[in-house]
Design a protein around this ligand. Sequence first.
Ligand code: FES
Length: 597
Amino acid sequence: MGACRHRHRCDGRIGFPKQQTDMTAKKSPEELRSYRWLGRDDLRSFGHRSRLRQFGYDRADWAGKPVIGIINTWSEINACHGHLRARADDVKRGIWQAGGFPVELPAMSLAEPFVKPSTMLYRNFLAMECEELLRSHPIDGAVLMGGCDKTTPGLIMGAISMGLPAIYVPAGPMLRGNWRGNTLGSGSDAWKYWDEKRAGRIGDAEWNEIEGGISRSFGTCMVMGTAATMMAIAEALGLTLPGASSIPAVDANHPRMCSAAGRRIVDMVWEDLTPQKIVTPAAFDNAIRVHMALGGSTNAIIHVIAMARRVGIPLDMARFDALSREVPVIANITPSGKYLMEDFFYAGGLRALMAKMQSLLDLSCLTVTGKSLGDGIAGAEVHHPDVIRALNDPLYPEGATAVLTGNLAPHGCVMKPAAADQRFLKHRGKAIAFENYNEMAREVDRDDLDVTPDHILVLKNGGPKGGPGMPEWGMLPIPKKLLRAGVRDMVRISDARMSGTSYGACILHVAPESYVGGPLAFVQTGDEIEIDVPGRRIHLHVGDDELARRRAAWTPPAPHYPRGYGAMFSAHIGQADEGCDFDFLEGQAAIAEPEIH
Ligand code: FES
C-alpha cells in the first residue's frame, strides 16, 4: 500500500498564516492504528473492508491513508452548530485533498438553551463519548467540531484522554443581534431587556421583536460568554489553526478554515502530533492569561482545570487568581465591555489580541500547525484599537476572575469583578438565604420581601451534586421591588455557575457546595457576609460554635437519582475547584487498544 505523503500549503488568508510544517514524518502506513482494522489479510479485515465498500468506497479511497474521525456535534436542536453539518463536508474536502480518509461520527450536541437541567450534567458524558468513539473505531486522528459552551471542553477532554492527533474546529460566533437598529448581544441583552420588561419599561410587542432579532444566524453566542471564551482558550492552547476561534460562523473564511483543518490533521497523523505534546503547563498558562485578557467567562475555570488534569497537570484555582493579577482585560467585549465577537473578528481577532499581549505569553509553545504560537500570531495587527486595547490602556486593570476564599468557601469561589458594580468589591451586608431555586423563584419578586440594595442574596443547592449539574443559576434575579426603584446590581452568592453572558456582582462556584455540607448550607437569613475582592476574602460573620451547632442539626438532602446516568454522575462528580470531572476519568493510566477478533 502506498501512502499519500504530499505536504500541503495554505495561503496567507485571513486568520490562516501559511502552514508549513517542517516536522519529519514518523509513521509508516503499517503503523497507522487503522491498519489493524483495514490492512490485514484475515477474516475480520475482510469484513471491515467489505462494509466500507457497502458505502461505495473502494480500496483506493482508504488504502494506506490515515482514517480521520470527524466528531461532529451538529444537531437539529442546536442552532449554535446548525452549520456544522455542512462544515463537516468542508473538513472532508481538506482530508481528501491531503490524502486521508474521512469518517464522520456524530456525538451528543449539548445545545445550551435546550438541555435540562444543565448541559454541565453532560459535559463528561460527551468527553466519554468522544474518547470511546475514537477508541472503538479504526481512527488515526480526529477533527473535533463544536463550540456551544460544554462541547469545547467535552471534546478536548475526550481527545486528550484518547491521545490521538486531534485538531479543534470551533463553530464560531453568530452575527450581531439587531432590534430597531440597536445591537443585541446573546444572553446579556436578554437579561437586560427582561429586567426592563419586569420593570414595566417595555411591553409584549417590543419583547417579541427582540426575540426575533437577538439570534440572526447560526453560530454560538456572540458575546464573550462561555462559548467564545472556550473557543479562544482552545486556540491559545494551540489546538486550533491560528485565528480559527474568532471567525463568525457564517463568514466564508469559516468553511475555508474547516478545509484547512482537514488538510492539517492528515499531516498531524503522520507526524504523530498528539495533544499531549501541545497542552503543556506553559500552554495552560497562556490559555489562562488569554482568558483574563478577554474578560472571559467564569465557567472557563472549571473546564480548564478539568482539561489540565486530563494530562496530569495539577492546575488549581490559585493559579487563575495569581495570573489574573498580572493580566489586564484588554478585549472590550460584552458583558465586560461594549462590542461583540463580530467586531472582535474585524478588529483582528484572537491573533491580534495575543500579539498585543505577547510579552505575557510563552510564544515557544507548540501548536497543531507543528509550529509555535509565536509563528501563528506573527504579523497580526489590531485594526480597531477600542475593541482590542493596548496593555497600557486596558478596559479593566486586573484580570477577569477573582478567586475568594474564607470560612464560607474554604475551597474557593469566583467572581468577575469587571462585570460588577465596583462598589460591591468591598461590601458587608445581611443575607437573604434561599434553600433552593424554586424557593428563590417563589419569593424573590414578593412586594413584601424585606430587601435593600445592600442585602446579599444567597442560593443553596445549585452545585455539581445539588443542582444537579451545577446549573447557570448564579445570576439570581434582582427583586422586582428593587428593579422598579432602578437597582440593577447587588451581591448574589451561590454554589451554582453563571452564564458567561451574565453580569453583576455574582459570587459563584462556592466550594464545597451546600448539598454535600459545605458552609453555604448553614447560612441563614439575617447573617452578615463580608466580601473583600481586593483582599480575595469572603467571610460569614457567624461564630464557629454557632456554625458547628447548625452543622450538627443539618440533614443531608435525599439523592436526586435512583438509577441511570444521573446516579453515576452523583457518585463520581468532583467539586467545582477540582474541575467537576468524574473521578474515574481523571489521570493518565494507559488503556489497551481494543482486541480485534
Ligand atoms: Fe450555544 Fe450560547 S447557546 S453558545
